[in-house]
Design a protein around this ligand. Structure first.
Ligand code: FES
Ligand code: FE
Length: 467
């Protein structure tokens, strides 16, 4: 497996023309090492939410790929993201999960850094360094680009990466469903404190492809459906509005983002939900009414569902409303971080009610998430063997059924769409994910990866590398 890259990922490993993907991309150590360089060191990655660091000096220690980073707010209130590694000998400068500080002091020899990353303290600077160390050269390593999108903080190590909004492309419509208020106002979300973190023994792409829109695995959740953990004591979720909607897989091919989404009919009122709590039911009834009045764009007609921003950020825009990141921790291990969001102006009772529901649904103790983890764990270990890895996985479901320009009753969807209202499921989102993954593994520059900049033109990278 020494020549995966030279052979071309799309030739045998990611064969989308046939709908076959090799198990090697999940279990091979060399491919994993190359992923860190070619995917995680180049992509925009979700770091955290501004509501986690409301005041000057606040910090939250996050992760980008395998690397620890510090998300913090400096004295002037500006947001920064730094590599959490001392410039002297690499010690983790900040060993806490979150907090507030004036400076980050390295526990090893005591170098200290201000919240804007400058090296401001060096023990025995005069005596041991004879005052000659150029401190301006030894500040914390900072990300190449940072963007605060409606409170969600994103960063990339790659100065050549396109600006975040360009990276996100038309997927913004679906990301907004999680960041905007339930009543349709922009950027109203806040994080319910306490990011849940846990390890699972599988490659990061198992959860990434599941959250890309696996609508096929309902059998896994049969027991939790029967238990009825939904907010009205029925099923898993409490979203009767989905029953009047058309269900879609929407994929943005040149970006590698994809999602399930529900399209509401134009003039039908949203059915009531959350009936177990009159206060919560009234809150959502009011918000739905406001949203559909306020948002005459696609936002007002859509109900979010699992989706994925390439490479490893998962969205669940409706209840439970969460963002997850699948941090790679070696080819055979993933560290999951899950943020829980609510409308920041929601009444305390609504927040409390949702917190209880989120916890019983998601996270390491959440009934639904446990079902998923069982599958990924065993699928990974059962795919690692010498014999097992000779046989590709099957991604043939729904091949050839995607359309462009999907439109219904004044609602037009971007990208490539497979309607799954009747079909129930397709694997278009997974093919979309791995098409983009293969492009990253092969392309040497962002000029090749940003195919939309010269889409359709002669020599367009997307045309050239097709499938
Ligand atoms: Fe940080 Fe030496 S490793 S001061
Ligand atoms: Fe699931």
């Amino acid at each position: 497996m020494a020549t995966a890259r030279q052979e071309g990922y799309r030739k045998d490993l990611v064969n989308l023309a046939a709908g076959h993907i090799s198990r090697e991309i999940f279990v091979n150590d060399e491919i994993y090492r190359e992923e860190l360089e070619r995917v995680f060191a180049r992509c925009w990655l979700f770091v955290g939410h501004e509501s986690q660091i409301p005041n000057a000096g606040d910090f939250f220690v996050s992760s980008m790929g395998e690397e620890s980073v510090i998300l913090c707010r400096n004295r002037a209130g500006e947001i920064h993201v730094f590599l959490n590694s001392c410039r002297h000998r690499g010690m983790k400068v900040c060993r806490y999960d979150e907090g507030s500080t004036a400076v980050f002091t390295c526990p090893y020899h005591g170098w200290s850094y201000s919240t804007d990353g400058k090296l401001v303290g060096v023990p025995y600077f005069r005596e041991a360094y004879r005052s000659k160390l150029d401190r301006s050269q030894w500040g914390l390593v900072e990300v190449a680009q940072l963007y605060n999108y409606k409170g969600a903080v994103w960063a990339t190590w790659d100065p050549a990466a396109p600006p975040f909004l360009e990276y996100l492309g038309e997927f913004a419509t679906f990301f907004d469903l999680i960041l905007d208020g339930w009543d349709g106002r922009e950027g109203q979300a806040e994080v319910l404190c306490g990011v849940q973190k846990w390890l699972i023994p599988c490659n990061w792409k198992f959860p990434a492809e599941n959250f890309s829109g696996d609508a096929y695995h309902n059998i896994s959740h049969r027991s939790v459906d029967l238990v009825g953990i939904g907010p009205s004591g029925q099923s898993r979720r409490d979203m009767p509005e989905r029953m009047i909607s058309r269900r879609l897989h929407v994929c943005i091919p040149d970006r590698g983002h994809q999602t399930i989404v529900y399209a509401l009919p134009k003039d039908q009122p949203t059915p009531p939900a959350y009936q177990n709590s009159p206060e919560v039911a009234e809150y959502f009834r009011h918000c739905e009414e406001e949203r559909r009045r306020r948002r005459t764009d696609a936002h007002g007609r859509l109900i979010g569902a699992p989706g994925e921003i390439f490479p490893n950020t998962a969205l669940l825009p409706r209840q439970p409303r969460t963002i997850a990141v699948w941090h790679p921790r070696g080819p055979h291990q993933t560290e999951v971080w899950r943020w829980f969001l609510v409308d920041r102006e929601a009444p305390a009772e609504v927040k409390r009610f949702l917190r209880d529901y989120y916890i019983r649904y998601s996270g390491p103790a959440g009934l639904t998430e446990q079902d998923d983890m069982e599958n990924w764990n065993y699928a990974h270990s059962a795919s690692r063997g010498t014999i097992a890895r000779r046989y590709p996985y099957c991604y043939e479901q729904g091949m050839g059924s995607a359309v462009e320009g999907w439109e219904w009753d004044g609602l037009r969807m971007p990208g490539r769409v497979v309607e799954i209202t009747q079909a129930q499921s397709s694997e278009e989102p997974m093919r979309n994910l791995y098409r983009r993954w293969a492009q990253f593994m092969e392309a040497d520059s962002w000029d090749e990866l940003a195919g939309w900049r010269h889409a359709g033109g002669e020599g367009s990278p997307l045309r050239r590398t097709g499938t």
